[in-house]
Design a protein around this ligand. Structure first.
Ligand SMILES: C[S@@+](CC[C@H](N)C(=O)[O-])C[C@H]1O[C@@H](n2cnc3c(N)ncnc32)[C@H](O)[C@@H]1O
Length: 292
C-alpha cells in the first residue's frame, strides 16, 4: 500500500487523486468521499470547501498520510477523524464508544418530533455511549434534562466530554450501571422520556460483521447479553411499570427484531406501541406512547 506521506507541499487536487487511489487499493468503498473528509479535516475546513488549487504543507501532508493509513487498516472513518456529525452537531468520537449510525439519527429525529420542542422533563438514555441520542435531544429541546447511563466507564467519560462540548453540563448527568439496575423506584417515577439503542447483535452473528466493527468498536456496545439478541430489551421492560410518569419510549432494534414491540406491550399494555421503518424500509425503531 502506498500512502502519500512525505515530500514537499502539494496541491489539494493532486493529493486528492493520490489519496483516493490509496483508499481504493484498500477496498474502501466510498474512497472519493472519505479522502475529501480526511483532507478537509487536516486543513480544518469542510469537504465542500476544498479547492484543487489549495496548497497542502508538508506537515499536513504527513498527517493526512497517517490518517489514510489508519483508514486503510479499517479503522472507522469517525474514529480516524476523532469526531462524528449527528443531528447537525459535532460529537467527539473514538473507540471508547460506538460510532453513531444513520438509523440512530432517525430515532433522534422521531423523538424530537414526538417530544415537541417546548416539552420539559427527564429523559433517560440507557446505554448512552458517546451520548448522541440523549444529548442531541437535549440540545434541540431546551426543557429536557438528560441522564445517560452506561455500563462502560470509558463511554461515560466520552458522554461527559460531549456534554461539555455542547454546553449541556447543567442539564446532562452520567450514571454508571447495568441497564436499569441502578434506578430507584422513586427515580423511576420521574422518568418522562426513555430512549435506548442497546446492544442487540446476536453473539453468533458478531464475527460476520465488517472489519471496521469487529476490529475497532467495543464488543460490549454491540453484542446482546442473550443468544436471541433480545436480552437488553427484556431488561429494560422489567422496570417499565415503575415509570408512572412515562410519556414516550424510543428504542432502536435490529431489522429482524420487531417482536421487541410485543415485549414492551406485555410490560406496558396501557401504552401504544408501533414499529417504525428506516429509509430502506426495514423495521428499526420501536416507539411507545402514552395518552392521546
Ligand atoms: C449500540 S451502543 C449505543 C451507543 C449510543 N447510544 C449510540 O446510539 O450510538 C450500546 C451501548 O450500551 C452500552 N451497554 C452495554 N451493556 C450494557 C449494560 N448492561 N447496561 C448499560 N449499558 C450497556 C454499551 O457500553 C454501549 O455504549
Amino acid at each position: 500500500m502506498s500512502t502519500p506521506c512525505c515530500g514537499p507541499s502539494v496541491s489539494v487536487g493532486s493529493l486528492l487523486t493520490e489519496s483516493i487511489a490509496t483508499l481504493n487499493a484498500a477496498d474502501i468503498s466510498a474512497a472519493d468521499f472519505e479522502a475529501q473528509c480526511i483532507i478537509a479535516h487536516v486543513l480544518d475546513t469542510r469537504p465542500g470547501r476544498l479547492r484543487d488549487s489549495m496548497v497542502v504543507a508538508a506537515v499536513q501532508r504527513r498527517l493526512i498520510g497517517h490518517l489514510l493509513a489508519l483508514r486503510c487498516r479499517r479503522m472507522p472513518l469517525n474514529y480516524v477523524l476523532g469526531n462524528a456529525e449527528f443531528m447537525g452537531l459535532e460529537f467527539r468520537c473514538d473507540s471508547r464508544a460506538l460510532s453513531p449510525r444513520p438509523e440512530t439519527e432517525l430515532l433522534a429525529e422521531l423523538l424530537i418530533e414526538r417530544i415537541g420542542l417546548s416539552a420539559t422533563g427527564l429523559l433517560l438514555d440507557i446505554g448512552c455511549g458517546s451520548g448522541v441520542l440523549g444529548l442531541s435531544v437535549a440540545h434541540h429541546v431546551p426543557g429536557i434534562t438528560v441522564v445517560g447511563s452506561d455500563v462502560s466507564l470509558a463511554a461515560l467519560q466520552l458522554f461527559i466530554e460531549n456534554s461539555r462540548r455542547l454546553g449541556l453540563t447543567d442539564r446532562a448527568f452520567a450514571v454508571s450501571g447495568s441497564y436499569l439496575d441502578w434506578l430507584s423506584s422513586g427515580a423511576a417515577s420521574m422518568v418522562r422520556f426513555l430512549v435506548s439503542n442497546p446492544p442487540y447483535v446476536r453473539p453468533d452473528d458478531y464475527l460476520e460483521l465488517q472489519p471496521e466493527i469487529v476490529r475497532y468498536e467495543p464488543r460490549e456496545a454491540l453484542v446482546s447479553p442473550s443468544a436471541d439478541g433480545l436480552g437488553a430489551y427484556h431488561q429494560i421492560a422489567t422496570r417499565l411499570d415503575e415509570m408512572t410518569g412515562l410519556q414516550l419510549v424510543g428504542l432502536e432494534i435490529g431489522y429482524d427484531q420487531s417482536e421487541v414491540a410485543q415485549i414492551m406491550k406485555q410490560a406496558r399494555p396501557d401504552m401504544r406501541w408501533s414499529v417504525e421503518k428506516d429509509y430502506s424500509g426495514n423495521p428499526r425503531i420501536v416507539l411507545g406512547e402514552c395518552g392521546g
